[in-house]
Design a protein around this ligand. Structure first.
Ligand code: ADP
Ligand code: F6P
Length: 324
């Protein structure tokens, strides 16, 4: 159980995600309402080690709930993965009076949060990543916006793909996870979805599928390929050579990380930000906020990091059945 906190710090870490600003706003204003001081730490653990720390008022987070990105900036910081870096970070927090900290980021950022908790800084994680790859939660900030952005882009590619009788391979983000690919595969009615969790590198099966579909008169063939598999451009060349169907690859890239957050991302991020501050005010530390089975809940960071999750085989099969 943590001591009562007086000053709450907030940072965003890892890849940015639409909705992080809504979470920052909720953290700052909930903390102020509870009589705490609030400090913003710029550019994640990198800014912590460089003491890029600012005072935050209610007005510091005005007009940001609708904006993508993160007003605090974010970074990946190698130095913070070392014991020395973590001890330096904890000492800097103490120097600035930060005795409570909200870390908005993914699994990697939570590992940093766990270390800070063990070094006496009461720390709570809030899941922020477009990848949806945090095992303890069914929601991560940014996923909903990212899949909607990718879905709209794939709709556009489908128009031109159909006009030209082409096969299109669209590569979506997700690091090692296939959640964005799975959701786009279903939402875009893709003919094939390639997920790192399921793909067996049987390219001949895809080629046969394209040849069969052509015989049935299909005018396009959409393949949603996850970043974790990659190699979309070389795959396109091989598929074109084997099927005779013109094939183009599009890597959607960082456009998936930007843009105004959807309603869902704003609402869930807001509740999670407030929930994180409530945990600190209740004297809790070393926990992450999560959304599971219709409820906002929290887990010990160690327990959360040990959890595993996999994509739904049922959802994957539905997508494959419907594309036959
Ligand atoms: P994400 O938080 O989205 O998973 P990263 O894996 O890049 O993104 O992690 C973000 C940052 O968290 C890293 O750059 C590093 O500063 C910190 N971090 C990652 N792993 C650890 C670790 N094992 N111990 C301490 N800090 C870590
Ligand atoms: O974790 C979010 C994410 O966008 C992943 O989907 C992707 O693999 C990675 O970050 C890209 O990182 P960077 O912006 O550093 O290229």
């Amino acid at each position: 159980m943590a001591e009562n906190v007086n000053t709450i710090g907030v940072l965003t870490s890892g890849g940015d995600a639409p909705g992080m600003n809504a979470a920052i706003r909720a953290v700052v204003r909930t903390a102020l309402v509870n009589g705490k001081k609030v400090k913003g730490i710029m550019r994640g653990y990198h800014g912590m080690l460089e003491e890029k720390i600012i005072d935050m008022e209610a007005s510091s987070v005005s007009d940001i709930i609708q904006r993508g990105g993160t007003i605090l900036g974010t970074a990946r910081c190698e130095e913070f993965t070392t014991k020395e870096g973590q001890e330096k970070g904890a000492a800097i927090c103490k120097k600035h009076g930060i005795d409570g900290l909200v870390v908005i980021g993914g699994d990697g950022s939570f590992r940093g949060a766990q270390k800070l908790s063990h070094l006496g800084i009461n720390t709570i994680g809030v899941p922020g990543t477009i990848d949806l790859d945090i095992a303890c939660t069914e929601f991560t900030i940014g996923f909903d916006t990212a899949v909607n952005t990718a879905m709209e882009a794939i709709d556009k590619i489908r128009d031109t793909s159909t006009s030209h009788d082409r096969c299109s391979i669209i590569e979506v983000m997700g690091r090692h996870a296939g959640y964005i690919a799975l959701w786009c595969g279903i939402a875009n009615g893709a003919e094939d979805i390639l997920l790192p969790e399921r793909y067996n590198y049987d390219e001949q099966r895809i080629i046969n599928h394209i040849i069969d579909s052509r015989k049935k008169g299909k005018k396009h063939h959409i393949i949603v390929n996850a970043e974790g598999i990659g190699h979309s451009s070389s795959m396109a060349k091989r598929i074109e050579a084997a099927t005779g169907m013109e094939t183009r690859a599009t890597i959607l890239g960082h456009m998936q990380r930007g843009g105004n957050p959807t309603c869902k991302d704003r609402v869930y991020a807001t509740i999670m930000g407030s929930y994180a501050v409530d945990l600190l005010c209740q004297g809790k530390s070393n926990r992450v906020v999560a959304y599971k089975e219709g409820e906002y809940v929290d887990f010990e960071i160690d327990e959360a990091l040990a959890m595993k999750k996999d994509i739904s085989t049922y959802q994957y099969n539905v997508c494959r059945i419907l594309s036959r």
